[in-house]
Ligand binder design. Sequence first.
Ligand code: SF4
Length: 396
Amino acid sequence: MASLSPPATTGRLAGVRHPWSSSSVGTKCEQMTLEATYKKIRSGRRITAAEGLFVLQNAELLDLGELAGEIRFKKNPEPLVTFVVDTNPNYSNVCNIDCVFCAFYRHPGEEGAYTHSVEHMIQKFKESAAKGVTTVLLQGGVNPALPFEYYLDLVRRTVKEVPEIHPHFFSTSEIIGMAQVSGQTVREVLERLWEAGLRSIPGGGAEILSDRVKKKISSKKGTSADWLNVMREAHRIGYKSTATMMYGHVETDADIIEHLESIRKLQDETGGFTAFVPWSFKPGNTPLEKIIPHYATPTRYLQIIALARIYLDNFSHIQASWFSEGKKTGQIGLHFGADDFGGTLLEENVHAAANFVNKTNTEECIQLIHESGFSAAQRTTLYEILRVHDPIGAAA
Ligand code: SF4
């Protein structure tokens, strides 16, 4: 895929012979037109990587949104948008991976570095549960000083002492770190976490699944294959996970397609992804800010959401977040193929470290979904619907 070349021209190319004749994925692209590609999409056939790239670079935004909306309603016909009442605390910001897009981490011993005890985290979870939180998405840095027993204890005690919440803990990077610290394989680490009670993991750590990009922004973090391998092993054991993507930095359009192709293939193999969750790079306070000081545009976000709905034909849910791109953009995303509005995020520290702060609460989240023309459905981590709030706010 890395040798997929972007076309020489961009803009509307409907009816125009495309400059590619083939790509490294073996797809013939001769006479590719938007019209023919839209027809293929509408007929329910899967588009190729080359067609995905062609659409990304040439489709009108509103056409893309319309197509994605059609697919969303075919897949999930109810005019419902789901959300989860959740929180994203962190147990440690100590990390030795040095991703240049990250403003959150501190080296061991550096000013501002912290690692909380299991007891401290359990008390936080209890406070969150008392406020109605049902999902805790927990991540840290990759802290080499923490023994594997710390993570097992955290999971065991959460399941036992705070049964109201679903632990959605640890990115692939942390799981690889646990394997290194404990001398076990990734599979063994995941099995022991499963025995402790963990049932789902977040999709963090993917950024862009292109090794060309990873070498530039997170050279110590492992390869795309490493991320996919953790997810594959997790899904085989029975875990569910999300698939994420952080774009808007050094990637090309072809890298985005490579990312989508990788997760679509793995989903074909395991069926373990619940949803696709994209967000844009937030440059504040990061080393990468010197090179990429700006935010990706809302237009780009809507393109990504719509393309994901079209390309990821084996994903049930696509998330448009009120948090990561702003409330208005998140609402519009619900008309570009997304059917989930993310979580209420009682606590969030990673984007906050990059000076990006956005707040809501359950009531406003419901209201934002209603304003967008949908009923709001509170869900669990695994997308089971708990209760539906119709547009006049009554619980069904
Ligand atoms: S993104 Fe994660 S792994 Fe990378 S530096 Fe930040 S905390 Fe560490």
